[in-house]
Structures are given as structure tokens and as C-alpha cells.
Design a protein around this ligand. Sequence first.
Ligand SMILES: *Cc1c(COP(=O)(O)O)cnc(C)c1O
Length: 364
Amino acid sequence: MTAPTPRPEILTISPYVGGESSIPGVNRSYKLSSNEGAFGVPPLAQKALRDVAAETYRYPDGGAELLRAAIGKRWDLDPARIVCGAGSDDLLYQLCLAYGGPARDIIMSEHGFTIYFIAGVYAGSRVIKVPERNLRPDLDAMLAAVSPSTKAVFLANPNNPTGAMISESEMARFRAALPPEVLLVIDSAYAEYVMRDDYNPGERLVDATNNTIMTRTFSKMFGLGGIRIGWCYGPPGVIDVLNRIRGTFNVSVAAQAAGVAALQEKGWVEKGREHNAIWRPKLADGIEATGIKVWRGEGNFVLADFGVTETANAADMFMRQRGLIVRRVGSYGLPHCLRITVGTAEECTMVIEALSDFMKQARG
Ligand SMILES: *Cc1c(COP(=O)(O)O)cnc(C)c1O
């Protein structure tokens, strides 16, 4: 019997596997596999979610006006040039579908965020992955990969899972060297964690050009990954396109309320940044002291590099026995590494102890 079939390229996509959240047979587990913030949901957002419950029979405001106004106020951006989505993944998909397509190539970096590949292939694009150097995007090689078919370039800054950051001046040079008809998408999901002063999440480049867009999220620093809120800031032409194609009611009543409330939580970002500034280096130093190489990066995670896939998998199994769930990153082309979120102080300490015991055992 003949059955319905999708476009052939769809079946070349491997389903995205997110970080696991529990281990069968282990009582207490510690989820350090999805880079969720270390402090849970902001209390004001929790309250807003409870308060809004009785209103959720209403359709949401399709324009997310209050949320866009709150975002605009927080980051000093024009709300008319902001579009919200059901997570930034939603917006990344919409950008791929609108600007990609058959014979419209998308360029990304070898170890860039997987969603660009999935959404790009879904759109019908050829997605070109440009080799990295030292786990950093090779911007010159990415420029060399541009052809007349290239329609968009996706860069996470800092990148997940490598943590690699591109400075503001490097990014501006890259933009200037790209053809003006190529859309540059800067995915700044971890912007709130970056402490370096040669960094800008992208809004200045968006303002200086008409072909650059920045995406952001409430899923990491703002602790709302389960609620799904992302946003982007872009030039009027791209914003107009997104407003034509996005899901009409893509951000729920609950999400809009939680997002607005999260932005009102005093000191939330400061607390998260401070914790990360203390514990990311402590976690990295602690892991390195056991003899494992660490790629530190600028996000709320580190990448432990075991050199060999078997050792990374054995370390993962060892940590799981203690309830510690981290992220295998074979799907990012890094099967010899494990990505570990900077959790609470207790969680970081448990990871260091576990890896230290693992290495002692491995040495015999
Ligand atoms: C977590 C993450 C996102 C955010 O995804 P949401 O859909 O907003 O939850 C986007 N880009 C990168 C690189 C990420 O790591």
C-alpha cells in the first residue's frame, strides 16, 4: 500500500535529542544537560503563572505587545523591531523557512547549534557546515564558502556547545565582508552570561545594517525554558517578513505573563551572572585538576574534552550512577566531549568529585 511521504530531505534529518532529565533507577538526579539557569524560575514569574491561570481560556495577544514593550524597555530597543516566538528555536525555524529553501544555501559553523541544520534542511536548503579551528568558527573560511546561492549565515555567539565567543569587532568585520543580500543571524542565547567587554550581543550591528538579526531567549538566564519565550531584534524588512509568516498566536498567555514578570525580578540577572562568574571557572579548574581538558567558553556551561569517545562515554556512565546528567555532544561532531551546565554550587562540586573519582579509577 502506498503511504504519504514527505519531501525526501526530511527523512535525512535525525530527530533532535534534548538533554535527558532523569535516570531510571536513580532516586535523585541532577540535570546539567540543557544549560537551564542555576536558580530555577524567577519568583515573580511563578506568581504571574499562578495568577494568569484563569485567563488562559482567552487567546493570547498575537502581537505580544506588553512583552515586546517590556523587552524594549529593558534593552533600550524599539519594540516595533522586536518579534517574539515560542522559544528562539521558533524564530530560527521561521528565518530558515523564509530565507532558505531549494537552491538557497545556509552556512553555519561545524560545531554550531544543531537547530540551524535541522531547520535549514527542513526549509529545503543545502546547509553548509564550515570546519572550525580549535573549536572556534573560522570566519574567513565561512566567507570563502559564500556563493551566489548563499542566503543566510547562522552564528551562535557565544556558541553552544563550545562556548566560543566572537568579539564585536570581529563580527562587524565579518558582516562587512558578507554580501549585503546575505542575512546574518546572530543567536545570542547566552548573552546575559558574557562578562567580556569586547562583546556585544548584536543589537549595535543590527542598528548599523539592514541585513543582520539577533535572536535571544528567556530559556537560559531567565529560567523559563519550559514556558518557551524567544525574541529577535532586526531590521524593519526582516521584522515585516517574520510578522507575515510566524504563528499568529505563537506566544501563549502564560508565556507572555511570565516573561513580563521575569523582567521585573530585581537583581535576577546580576545574581545569575555573579554565580556563573564564580562557578564556571571553579568547575573548569576542578575538572582540569583531574587531568581532563576543558573548553571554558563564555556561556553557563563548560565542555569537558576526554580526547577519546570511549572515555567520554565511560565518564558519562560513571556520572549517571551518581545521578549527574550531562550532555553527550556527538550530534555536534564532538563525541569525545561532554557538555556540563554550571549548576548550583553543590552540583558543581558533585561533578568535580565524580570526575576526580572517575579519573582515579581510569588510571587504576
Ligand atoms: C538554548 C539555546 C537556544 C534557545 O532555545 P529556546 O528555543 O529559546 O529555548 C538558542 N540557541 C542556542 C545556541 C541555545 O543554546
